[in-house]
Design a binder for this molecule. Structure first.
Ligand code: ZN
Length: 564
């Protein structure tokens, strides 16, 4: 059976709620352990069917947003899923208060139950209407950005089509494109300011209803962060400022020299070489074949995994007019199938999809074989990015398959991009910390703060006098700030972990790979800190991990630079 044959049927939400409630009532009264386990397994089966159907809808809707059937089904789940969440939450509470709680933990692992405790700290039926308002505002933001129709180069472009010009070898074209983009953003800036202001208020309101002083603590619980708080992250950001910003300053300077420029402007930042861009060789089909060859050579586990993805047609990679933007990986439990979605555009980013997204898919494929509760197939989000970002490095030795004689250039640019990202990731987080600690701050002061943070972490950023950016609004293009509050620093934390897998891989491939494989199999059975311990990984938030990592990485960078 291939993905297109996976059968969809709409979930009857009232019936689902009734069944879950009935199981909860029976479980509450059940005094026999075996019968209790049977009830929990029935719940997991029901929940797994619900997850699978709504996942099929969301995938098929993203593949073709013009398909009226799946578009209507998507609206249906958007509207009624909070009802299901309330019933699931009630069931979870019966589990938490059950006489056999310890026996349940023994059978299903403790993390599932820890997550339920976190769910109670971040969810209640009192905030269901606020959650719907938050989703509505996030949607409004996405639609506004998708409405971009920018006249350039003799045609009308959306924002992602404009991205192509940021890689133009002609500096004038890069500049004009960047200016045209800023002009569009300026035309919607007031609306974007307003949507964000409303989001900050609705989130703060939810936090207050749940008994918190501000959104920060509450938001951390919403992200299932159980091991660290925003004060730990604040210390970690200080380390990025101290250890990474000076290094990126140097990397930017060597980039400037390579490009033979007096000064790097904001429209030059995406350029690495004066006379060429690194592009993968071959069309989508050829790239997938090369990826299969690569995964076959990497390990027997990755070979089996990628063959499964290919033969079940679980990759939708090529860009199409009616397809949603971006890329993601998800999982359909009933069909035991990960799914990879992306929009190939002929740049090196296409290969990053085949390594990054495939890393996510490989983890869930591996974990789902080991674990029985679909809720813990994935760990918390910062841990998820370790699987994907590390796979980008584990596949370095095969870069020749995709880039031929440009492979050294690819490896160097990939590593430098990853380092360059860290200060930006920290800036996005520092901004959000400020915003949620000061929810009544005026829109102007908020934007001023962004500009201040931006200059602190990225002093090399020169906006060439463009008012939109100089007024402190670059952050408006960062969808996470709108749609996934406080979720972003995760990418930097995971990046440090991935660097460490890379450094370990350079020293001893078998040791590093086996440890990675084990981490994937553990899925979300443990918390983030525990997962790091179990895979012998230094913790980026503790001790001098960051300092040590950057020191070693600087040496590697110098070595790679010699070969480009
Ligand atoms: Zn990812």
């Amino acid at each position: 059976m291939v993905f297109d044959d996976y059968k969809y049927e709409r979930i009857d939400i009232d019936d689902f709620v009734l069944k879950v409630t009935d199981l909860a009532t029976k479980l509450r009264e059940e005094t026999n352990l075996e019968k209790s386990i049977e009830l929990i397994d029935s719940f997991n089966k029901l929940n797994s069917h619900y997850m699978s159907m709504s996942e099929l809808v969301s995938i098929r809707h993203s593949i073709d947003t013009c398909d009226k059937f799946y578009s209507a089904e998507q609206d249906f789940y958007d509207e009624f899923s909070p009802k299901a969440s309330v019933a699931i939450n009630d069931f979870h509470n019966v589990l938490l208060n059950h006489m056999f709680l310890n026996e349940f933990k023994e059978k299903y692992g403790t993390q599932w139950f820890n997550n339920m405790l976190l769910e109670n700290k971040s969810f209640s039926k009192d905030i269901v209407t606020d959650l719907a308002e938050e989703a509505r505002l996030s949607n409004e933001y996405e639609k506004l950005l998708a409405s971009a129709r920018i006249p350039f180069d003799g045609k009308i472009n959306n924002l992602s089509q404009m991205n192509v010009y940021s890689k133009s070898l002609d500096r004038e074209i890069r500049k004009e494109a960047a200016y045209a983009r800023a002009k569009f953003m300026e035309s919607i800036q007031d609306k974007l300011d307003d949507i964000y202001d409303k989001l900050v208020k609705v989130r703060t309101n939810m936090a207050k209803k749940m008994g918190y002083d501000n959104y920060l603590e509450f938001g951390y619980y919403r992200l299932n962060r159980s091991d660290y708080n925003y004060l730990d992250v604040r210390k970690y950001r200080d380390l990025i400022y101290k250890e990474v910003v000076p290094l990126v300053n140097k990397l930017r300077d060597s980039q400037r020299k390579r490009l033979k420029l007096d000064k790097l402007k904001f429209y030059d930042l995406g350029m690495n070489f004066i006379d060429s861009n690194i592009k993968p060789r071959g069309d989508t089909e050829e790239l997938v074949e090369k990826a299969y060859q690569m995964y076959s050579e990497l390990s027997s586990e990755t070979k089996e995994f990628f063959y499964y993805m290919k033969s079940h047609k679980l990759l939708d990679l090529e860009t199409k007019a009616s397809k949603m933007g971006g890329g993601y990986t998800t999982y359909i439990p009933e069909f035991k199938s990960p799914f990879i979605f992306s929009n190939f555009n002929g740049t090196s980013a296409d290969v990053d999809v085949l390594t990054h997204e495939a890393g996510h898919a490989f983890e869930v494929y591996s974990a789902s074989k080991e674990l029985s509760v679909p809720d813990v197939f994935w760990p918390s989000l910062e841990a998820c990015e370790i699987h994907s970002m590390s796979m980008e490095f584990f596949t370095y030795p095969w870069a020749e398959y995709f880039f031929g004689s440009d492979a050294n250039k690819y490896r160097y640019v990939h590593l430098v991009d990853a380092i360059n990202f860290l200060p930006y990731g920290a800036a996005v987080d520092e901004f959000q910390e400020f915003v949620y600690l000061n929810p009544l701050c005026s829109i102007d002061d908020r934007n001023k703060k962004w500009r201040e943070i931006e200059l602190k972490y990225m002093p090399w950023k020169d906006y060439d006098g463009v008012t939109y950016y100089e007024s402190g609004r670059f952050w408006q293009i960062q969808s996470h700030i709108y749609c996934d509050a406080l979720y972003y620093i995760d990418y930097t934390i995971a990046q440090i972990c991935a660097f460490n897998f890379y450094l370990r891989d350079r020293k001893n491939h078998n040791e590093a790979w086996n440890s990675y494989l084990n981490l994937c199999k553990l899925g979300g059975a443990y918390s983030f800190y525990e997962l790091l311990e179990k895979s012998n990984q230094p913790n980026p938030l503790l001790g001098d991990t960051l300092k040590k990592t950057m020191k070693e990485l600087t040496k590697v960078c110098k070595k790679l630079e010699k070969d480009i």
